[in-house]
Write a protein that binds this ligand. Structure first.
Ligand code: CMC
Length: 391
């Protein structure tokens, strides 16, 4: 073999060419298919952004209507999936449930996606976009002992998600436009982020020509960890702990800087951004607006702002260019919306779904080879086998 370059964590290794998301971590720029994240969050809705990411262009009204109709037409989930859900204990984390149920869908659509036909690929894509919100809602309702709901055809994609999550059997469900707008924005901000850990996982799983649904299931598992999507849950738990501990942010700043303490300031730092995460800027502003609109006062928002202020002027964070990332303020909005903390990373998965799909599709259309990194072997050289009585 040739010379192997070692790059643990792939800090400097490009794995593919991609035309989906542009990111400049030094300048803090993020664009989907050339459109700035700020403008998309302000002016587009989540389904338009999903279409843009997957197919490369913003849809016109007719294309968007057809896309939505096709998604709705494929949104039923087989009743046997409910039996699988039933088998989970209530204590199960919804991320584990979501990944398992996404995998379980392959039982009902066993043939791998035929990528030689755009139509077959399209059908799988609208199918998962239709079914995923149901699995998300079920993973929450199961935990809270609520009866499982199917979608409402008359509603928008994001409206429907909220209804499926929150509809209570004992009361009339009323749509709250503030929540719809907030969720729409959050999902757009999470929709893609080029070759992050979960997306690389989806691409590498799919590179063996495993199907779309299992590739997504492996992405969900990768997203779960606290260094990645799991950070949004970890941030809120950290802010709660600081509040319980009397709100002493300085103490936690010291812990985060102490190299003998495993504690990290969750929601801070990023592999690629060495400047403000542009998504964090938008989310911080949205947190203020949503809490204001809903009339919610949350002391945790003040703790978060205090931590941010301290970190931005602390030499440890300044030298290492550690800024708040997308996960720092998102949980505060989710919480104000009434979404339970163990669902935060599930909401991230819901937002990231179009990005994973777009990246998987691009990888297949580009006919990328199987992902197969190399290594530098550091183990023993040849050793003679010893029978068990001689060891
Ligand atoms: N708190 C304290 N120190 C930190 C933090 C933090 N949150 N993040 C990085 N550092 C320090 C780290 O100890 C290292 O210091 P030194 O050079 O003295 O050894 C230096 O900064 C560089 O960090 P790194 O771990 O080498 O950087 P990385 O690119 O491997 O890791 C990261 C990036 C996001 C995993 C890391 O910053 C982190 O663990 N942050 C907290 C978890 C988090 O918020 N994750 C969400 C990421 S954003 C969206 C997403 O993926 O979900």
């Amino acid at each position: 073999g040739g010379v192997i370059t070692l790059d643990p964590g792939y800090k400097n290794t490009g794995s593919c060419e991609s035309a989906i998301t542009f990111l400049d971590g030094e300048k803090g720029i993020l664009r989907y298919r050339g459109y700035s994240i700020e403008e998309l969050a302000e002016k587009a809705d989540f389904l338009e952004v999903a279409y843009l990411l997957i197919f490369g262009e913003l849809p016109n009204q007719e294309q968007l209507d057809k896309f939505h109709a096709d998604i709705k037409a494929k949104s039923l989930v087989d009743d046997d999936i409910k039996k699988i859900l039933d088998a989970f204990p209530k204590s199960a984390h919804p991320m584990g449930v979501l990944s398992s149920l996404t995998s379980a869908l392959t039982a009902f659509y066993p043939s791998p996606v035929d990528v030689s036909s755009e139509e077959a690929m399209y059908n799988s894509i609208v199918r998962i976009l239709g079914k995923f919100p149901i699995l998300v809602a079920w993973s929450m309702r199961k935990k809270h002992g609520l009866p499982l709901e199917y979608g409402d055809d008359k509603l928008g994609y994001v409206e429907n998600i909220l209804k499926m999550m929150f509809k209570n059997p004992n009361s009339e469900y009323e749509q709250n436009p503030i929540l719809v707008d907030a969720l729409d924005k959050l999902l757009i901000l999470h929709a893609d982020h080029e070759q992050n850990c979960s997306t690389s996982t989806v691409r590498i799983t799919g590179s063996s020509h495993a199907g779309l649904f299992v590739s997504l299931a492996s992405g969900i598992s990768a997203l779960w960890g606290p260094l990645h999507g799991g950070a949004n849950q970890a941030v809120l738990e950290m802010l709660e702990a600081i509040k319980e501990d009397g709100g002493d942010t300085k103490k936690y700043m010291a812990k985060a800087k102490d190299k003998n303490d495993p504690f990290r300031l969750m929601g801070f730092g990023h592999r690629v951004y060495k400047n403000f995460d542009p998504r964090a800027r938008i989310i911080k502003k949205a947190a203020d607006e949503v809490l204001g609109d809903l009339g919610v006062e949350d002391p945790i928002l003040d703790i978060a702002k205090g931590l941010e202020q301290e970190a931005l002027k602390d030499p440890y964070f300044v030298e290492r260019k550690l800024y708040p990332n997308v996960d720092f303020y998102s949980g505060i909005i989710y919480r104000a919306m009434g979404i339970p903390v163990e669902m935060f990373t599930v909401m991230f998965a819901l937002g990231r779904l179009p990005g994973w799909i777009a990246q998987w599709r691009e990888m297949r259309l580009n006919k990328e080879p199987i992902g197969r990194p190399r290594q530098l072997y550091t183990g023993a050289t040849y050793r003679e086998f010893k029978s068990i009585d001689k060891r």
